[in-house]
Design a protein around this ligand. Structure first.
Ligand SMILES: Cc1ncc(COP(=O)(O)O)c(C=O)c1O
Length: 362
């Protein structure tokens, strides 16, 4: 199949650029005490996870949901899985316990409610589930307060049957996207100070804390270069998006949304078939790849309305490519990605964990 034959809208991966991104990250961590645990949520695509793991310097995979972890296990990508998120909700702990029968499962926990739920499910299944205490390092989302509250939860984990304290994690998501490194670096260091202080207290109390997990694409070399951090949970680096492309990090945009021009109603405007059902806008409008002075004005359900210089030769039926501003939710809209080398489609990769895979099992 040729790129020109791909039905649009569609996701297109530049395999050579993605391979360079994956290799750069693996090389950065090669031989060091900190490793990468690629975040599967970024792409939800087994073919990409396989390449990340094969490149080396990896401690298994990170997942955001039980559904993703089930796909990782089903596809036998790795048996070392961290769900870097709270597992709370009907039936979820039992599903993790089921996974723990064949995988080394670790789950982030920030509440006694979540801990007790996991412990009950583990006891019922006759397994042990690893726990990382999830410490709030500044992102207003999940995570127990650092210091004494984190230590108290760690003690509670250590004293509970069915779960095993494996370490701590803290995601500095409030700083990973700061464009200016002079601001990003001290803020990431401060956030990680909160995690490392909680780790210190835990170890001083005689508790195990073998894994210290943190970081994202924007902080991989800051957080990943700090003494005491054992793994970085970055995911976006493999494909990248326009938000991360603004940072001074050595990863290329390897991924775009391919569309077809449906209409050129005015000389200074066209509409393509890649609207917000094909490309999300939560980090801003996508950019138009390779067409000078073309700017996405807005996305509607099935259309991208793009302003063009009046002398542009873009015509109805032409292909157009958008660089998404945020890959994770954009990828989640599609069933497959087209892996491309030059003008050739070399493979079509299922996005196996897109949406909520458990809904498809009913
Ligand atoms: C818990 C957690 N860890 C790590 C990441 C890092 O991902 P990225 O590579 O997109 O920075 C995220 C992204 O949202 C996350 O939620």
């Amino acid at each position: 199949m040729k790129v020109a034959e791909i039905p649009t809208p569609a996701l297109v991966v530049d395999v050579a650029a993605m391979t360079r991104n994956i290799q750069r990250m693996a090389d950065f961590f090669a031989g060091g005490s900190c490793q990468i645990r690629p975040h599967f949520k970024a792409h939800k695509t087994p073919a990409i996870a396989k390449r990340q793991l094969a490149a080396g310097s990896c401690n298994g995979l990170t997942c955001a949901t039980v559904g993703e972890a089930e796909i990782v296990a089903e596809e036998a990508l790795t048996d070392d899985i961290l769900i870097a998120n709270q597992v709370v909700g009907s039936g979820k702990a039992a599903r993790v316990a089921e996974l723990a029968k064949r995988s080394d499962m670790k789950v982030a926990v920030d509440s006694e409610f979540g801990l007790d739920d996991l412990a009950r499910a583990a006891q019922a299944a006759g397994v042990e589930i690893g726990v990382l205490v999830d410490v709030n390092v500044g992102l207003p989302r999940c995570g127990i307060a650092p210091g004494e509250p984190a230590l108290a939860l760690a003690k509670r984990v250590d004293a509970t049957d069915g779960v095993m304290l494996r370490g701590m994690m803290g995601y500095e998501g409030h700083v990973v996207g700061i464009e200016d490194r002079a601001e990003r670096e001290p803020r990431a260091t401060k956030a990680m100070g909160r995690l490392l202080e909680s780790v210190r207290l835990t170890r001083e109390a005689g508790l195990p804390c073998e894994i210290v997990s943190a970081g994202g694409t924007g902080t991989y070399d800051i957080t990943g270069g700090m003494e005491g951090i054992t793994e970085v949970q970055a995911g976006s680096y493999a494909l990248m998006d326009t938000a991360y492309a603004k940072l001074d990090i050595p990863f290329e945009q390897a991924f775009s949304v391919l569309g077809t021009v449906l209409s050129r109603p005015r000389p200074d405007q066209c509409a393509a078939d890649c609207g917000h059902k094909a490309c999300t806008q939560d980090h801003g409008n996508p950019e138009v790849k390779g067409v000078e002075r073309a700017v996405v004005m807005f996305l509607s359900d099935e259309h991208a309305t793009i302003s063009l210089p009046e002398d542009s030769e873009i015509a109805v039926g032409d292909r157009i490519e958008l660089w998404p501003s945020h890959i994770d939710p954009t990828i989640n809209l599609h069933d497959v990605m087209y892996a491309v080398e030059g003008e050739d489609v070399v493979d079509i990769w299922p996005i196996s964990a897109r949406g909520y895979p458990e809904q498809r099992r009913r």
